[in-house]
Design a protein around this ligand. Structure first.
Ligand code: PRX
Length: 683
């Protein structure tokens, strides 16, 4: 499956310098370790597990599982029976056993240049313990779910680790989501407490976070799910209190007279007052390997988000191992992942993976374009970042401004570049490699998902010859296959469904509260395999190329959205009878939302309605889901059985006249009308 020898032609190789001292210095070494990871998983993962602290050893098999729905319920268990604590392993172990107390865990860089703060491992441990004690005093116990809705501040990491310390399950909701989305996630996970902040700036835009959080709690109340506890961090509010009680993120330098902080004394509590005077010691709660660690919601094709559940030990081992190998982590590195902790990338590669390795990271609150398009490179130079991880959408955005804003800064500290979130087009890859990395830094194109917990298909920087746009080969323990529509495994060069044949420690365990949905979504279509939902091509050299989603999902700026989710937001508007949403290629975002709406009788389409519909989606889901195009569609192309032919709509959105086979279309007259009504004529 993996070629015996890496191809020598048409590929880019890491420099000799990088190979020296690399964890995996050659393709041969990668092959050897890969075989070990498959044939002797216990031994392979045992090499990583021995670095961690285990209160008791595991009792059964290292990895126990059933991946075949025809043989019974799907399950995956890793090191079941062992007791440990992930917070202890990423903090106490580093401070006490590895003597890294004075090492910087995070350089926090605020939205506004000059807003900065450094936190060491020792300080982080003390702060986490304090906050864990606060949670305990609020009655939070092992197994309880806690929702976190916060900007990119160190306290967000504190809140998640404090939950992990006491065995509570965190459910972080990206701070760009709407109150409706937050409410839905709080209710689905049955959270008893919400942690939020007063507000924050994204570029020069003020986000009144507490206001949105309050709206969400109000909606929960209306739906008979009252959450009576809300802890609010004062991030923007300039008050003596925050200095007295030691807010880690200093108040932003911008004036914030527009900040709205509603306060309900029955429910709301101030973070700073709560931690004041609380002990800096908190005994961790020892958890079973298979106890839940967190829930993170990801879009589902039915429109209802799925609560992806990860458990303690497998996730800990996997994020630690992938971080170490894929970024070839060494103790003197300064690592920066630009993702938001509200997404899985931030969970695995800002918090757990880097901290498990005792790494120093940059934690950035701002935007790549604020105050100008050099911001990223300024930060790279400021902190001497050596490993840099970002999304193709950010690369494409910055590429538009040419090389000059990049070259204003030296970037000579950079050693490895990474991408994640969507397929990277070779042009963007080349720009990243040539301009940002000056042909010196390998690019690791890491393919993975919220569900996979960590990287599953990825180059290893010193070992894997790179092909721009290919996620190359599987990570250790991962066995990919490409299936055709009939579920047959394809050999050699081929294209089809990307699936995995067996679990790895970091794979999700269930959909929270709905195991059946877990089985149906990932295991039913092809029994015996985990189905990613992505298409994939394998070339003549055995390299894997992810071709994008093949289900009803869209990837807008690296964020997954389901067409059903957007459609249901649109049809909630009283003017809309039916909606169909498709992706349209976009130069920066990868894909943009193109929505077709059929209006109720008697309603005419106009700009005001269009603006209302866009707002409707933004309010229901969040700004990331704002449609780029809305088209009035008096009729939609449907099969005789009534199924909307999205394939045809995708072509119409792109103004492609060759529609392929349309013999199943019930009424072909709608097609001309749809082309006539296109809302972006000429594009
Ligand atoms: O379609 C794939 C795409 O992002 C999806 C997973 O999205 P999410 O769960 O939000 O996690 C994103 C961060 C891990 C995948 O099913 N995707 C992610 N990385 C890549 C990618 N597509 C191609 N190449 C990648 N490197």
């Amino acid at each position: 499956m993996i070629p015996d020898k890496a191809p020598g032609e048409d590929v880019l190789h890491a420099s000799g310098d990088l190979k020296k001292g690399a964890h995996v210095p050659s393709f041969e070494k990668y092959k050897e370790l890969y075989v070990k990871s498959i044939e002797s998983p216990e031994e392979f993962w045992g090499d990583f597990a021995k670095d961690f602290f285990w209160k008791t050893k595991y009792t059964g098999k290292f990895l126990d599982y059933n991946f075949d729905v025809t043989k019974g319920a799907i399950y995956v268990k890793c090191m079941e029976g062992a007791l440990t604590n992930i917070c202890y392993n990423v903090l106490d172990r580093n401070v006490h056993d590895r003597k890294l107390g004075d090492k910087v865990a995070f350089y926090w860089e605020g939205n506004e240049p000059g807003d900065e703060k450094t936190v060491t491992y020792r300080e982080l441990l003390q702060r986490v313990c304090k906050f864990a004690n606060v949670l305990k005093s609020q009655g939070v116990k092992k197994g309880d779910r806690v929702s976190i809705y916060m900007p990119m501040v160190v306290e967000l990491v504190e809140a998640m680790l404090a939950c992990a310390r006491i065995g509570a399950v965190h459910s972080i909701v990206f701070a760009g989501f709407s109150s409706e989305s937050l409410c839905e996630r709080i209710m689905d996970s049955r959270c008893s407490l919400l942690i939020t902040a007063d507000g924050f700036y994204r570029g020069d835009k003020l986000i009144n976070l507490k206001l949105i959080a309050d709206e969400a709690l109000e909606k929960c109340r209306d739906k008979s799910f009252p959450v009576e506890k809300c802890i609010m961090l004062k991030h923007l509010t300039k008050e003596d209190e925050s200095t007295v009680h030691g807010s880690l993120s200093p108040p932003a330098k911008r004036a914030c007279s527009d900040l709205q902080v509603p306060w309900n004394p029955e429910v709301d509590m101030c973070w700073h007052s709560l931690v004041c005077g609380v002990s800096e010691e908190c005994e961790p709660v020892w958890c079973d390997s298979e106890d839940p660690l967190f829930i993170l919601y990801t879009s589902g094709s039915t429109g209802k988000p799925k609560g992806v559940l990860h458990t303690v030990s497998g996730y800990m081992l996997y994020t630690a191992a992938t971080f170490k190998m894929v970024f070839d982590y060494h103790p003197d590195d300064v690592y920066w992942c630009t993702a938001d902790i509200g997404w899985i990338t931030g969970h695995s590669y800002i918090t757990y993976g880097p901290l498990a390795n005792g790494a120093t990271s940059v934690l950035f609150e701002g935007l790549p374009t604020y105050p100008d398009v050099s911001r990223m490179w300024e930060i790279v130079d400021k902190y001497h970042v050596s490993k840099f991880y970002t999304a193709p959408t950010a690369i494409r955005l910055l590429m538009k401004f040419g090389s000059e804003p990049v070259q204003k800064y030296k970037r000579d500290s950079l050693k490895i570049l990474g991408t994640v979130g969507e397929p990277i087009n070779p042009e963007a890859w080349q720009w990243y490699y040539n301009v940002v990395g000056e042909k010196r830094c390998p690019v690791v194109d890491t393919f993975w998902q919220t569900e996979t917990g960590g990287h599953v298909m990825t180059p290893l920087p010193a070992a894997t010859p790179m092909k721009p746009g290919s996620a190359t080969f599987p990570f250790f323990g991962v066995v990919p296959a490409i299936l055709n529509e009939s579920g047959e495994e394809l050999d050699g060069p081929s294209e089809g469904y990307l699936v995995f044949k067996q679990p790895w420690p970091g794979v999700m365990r269930t959909v929270y509260g709905n195991h059946q949905r877990f089985e149906t979504t990932y295991f039913k279509k092809f029994p015996g395999y985990y189905v990613t939902g992505d298409g994939c091509r394998r070339d003549k050299d055995g390299y894997y190329w992810i071709t994008g989603r093949i289900d009803d999902m869209l990837n807008v700026s690296g964020h997954l959205l389901s067409t059903a989710e957007v459609e249901s937001a649109l049809v909630e508007h009283e003017a809309v009878a039916e909606a169909a949403v498709v992706g349209r290629p976009h130069l920066v975002k990868g894909e943009s939302l193109y929505c077709f709406v059929t209006l109720n009788d008697g309603i005419s389409y106009n700009q005001k309605l269009e603006a209302e519909l866009k707002k409707q989606v933004r309010v229901k889901i969040g700004a990331i889901a704002t449609p780029d195009f809305i088209q009035n569609a008096p009729g939609l192309p449907k099969t005789r059985s009534g199924k909307i032919m999205r394939r045809v709509l995708r072509k119409i959105a792109c103004n492609e006249r060759d529609l392929g086979d349309v013999s199943t279309l019930a009424d072909s007259s709608v097609i001309d009308q749809l082309f006539e009504n296109r809302c972006c004529t000429g594009v």
